[in-house]
Design a protein around this ligand. Structure first.
Ligand code: KIV
Ligand code: ZN
Length: 406
């Protein structure tokens, strides 16, 4: 069944966190989850509970704190995995069990060492079991884009028969091309979904730099859920970047006219928070949230933008939450400018809190030529936090950890 609404499924805390250097502790995951909820994503994939105690605890905590969104937990098509995911989600307002198995011959032979018949049976029993625990079950066919399409459809049909209502088509290795992926989604729609209340989801990796293009092509072809991450973090070259997908649909709504729940003004603060937590920034020229995404260097461009920003800007910085106040913050900046920048980043500081932050700011500014928004998030100290969020003192250019109200 195809509607006009696209569900944004954020997997920053699961697939994103799996990438080297991106691991987060429980407090950090909770801070991110709260911000993702504020951003307006529909689904937060909070972890892979069987993988570790930490993942279990994080999924459980996110499920208990985030009441507006659906909270998903990942599991293989194995009984202990499914039971552990269900246990983690027991307190969720809107739980979703997300179970997956590989369907490509290369994975069947070299990883799972299973026959196609065995994979079909694993799909059947695990979706059935997951449905006993949760109303909402998502089934993913790992490496779908390198799978035999007849077998893929057969597996998906079994998942639907057993009650899965979301069929996810992962381009696990970032191999597909937009036209090919769109054709695959149409094919699955025609052969498996038809007018059943089943949503096709896509999950694209960026090995060829095509994750966003492939996801958009799939949406045009009928997919209605996209799986993505903040700043595009994820295994290897990453996942489709949430901010790019959302803004492509927003800016080009003439071509991609879909409803979403995302508040685009929270994109930049969310990106900054993640960078501060994991300790590395996006590249300066990253679309939407990179430091240079709205910078104009060439005289001819500057002239055009001064006359009318539309000359060289297809969206305003404000529309994605980039502070319009481009005052450079350094050691000569005052409290007022600092307070203003915090406000633009979404942090309302009381007088005393601003004083404390300013004290730390000036110390940092003595050591560092330029202070970035991410540093400011890091600077918010432990005393100023309202919950048990942990502050890690000091800001460093390489490994900054966020302390924040978010
Ligand atoms: O890339 C992938 O195939 C995945 C699945 C588990 C959805 O992350
Ligand atoms: Zn993935």
């Amino acid at each position: 069944m195809i509607t006009d609404r696209v569900t944004i499924f954020d997997t920053t805390l699961r697939d994103g966190e799996q990438s080297p250097g991106c691991s987060m502790n429980l407090d950090e995951k909770l801070r991110m989850a709260r911000q993702l909820e504020r951003l307006g994503v529909d689904v937060i994939e909070a972890g892979f509970p069987i993988a570790s105690e930490g993942d279990f605890a994080a999924a459980k905590a996110v499920a208990s704190v985030c009441r507006q969104v659906t909270v998903a937990a990942l599991c293989r098509t194995a009984e202990p995995d499914i039971a552990r995911a269900a246990e983690a989600l027991a307190g969720a307002a809107h739980p979703r069990i997300h179970t997956f198995v590989a369907t490509s011959d290369i994975h069947l032979q070299h990883k799972l060492r299973k026959t196609r018949a065995e994979v079909l049976e694993m799909t059947r029993t695990s979706v059935r079991m997951a449905r006993n625990f949760a109303e909402e079950v998502e089934f993913s066919a790992e490496d779908a884009t390198r799978s035999d399409v007849d077998f893929l459809c057969e597996v998906f049909a079994v998942a639907v028969d057993e009650g899965a209502t979301i069929l996810n088509v992962p381009d696990t290795v970032g191999y597909t091309l937009p036209s090919e992926f769109a054709a695959l989604v149409s094919n699955i729609h025609d052969r498996v979904v038809g007018d059943k209340p089943v949503t096709i989801s896509v999950h694209c990796h960026n090995d060829l730099g095509l994750a966003v293009a492939n996801s958009l092509a799939a949406i045009v072809a009928g997919a209605r859920q996209v799986e993505c991450t903040i700043n595009g973090i994820g295994e290897r070259a990453g996942n489709a970047s949430l901010e790019e997908l959302v803004m492509a649909m927003h800016v080009r709504s003439d071509q991609l006219s879909f409803e979403m729940n995302v508040n685009t003004r929270e994109l930049y603060p969310t990106s900054q928070l993640l960078s501060a937590i994991i300790g590395f920034d996006v590249q300066p020229n990253k679309a939407i949230v990179g430091r240079n995404a709205f910078a104009h260097e060439a005289g001819i461009h500057q002239h055009g933008v001064i006359n009318n920003p539309l000359c060289y800007e297809i969206m305003t910085p404000e529309s994605v939450g980039v502070p319009s106040n481009r005052l450079v913050l350094g050691k000569h900046s005052g409290r007022h400018a600092l307070g203003l920048r915090y406000e633009e980043l979404g942090y309302a500081l009381e007088h005393g809190e601003l004083d404390a932050a300013y004290g730390r700011f000036t110390k940092l500014a003595d050591r560092k030529k330029r202070i970035y928004d991410q540093d400011l998030i890091t600077l918010l100290s432990a005393e100023m936090q309202t919950s048990a969020e942990v502050a890690i003192n000091g800001a460093s250019e390489t490994r900054a950890r966020a302390s924040s109200y978010r």
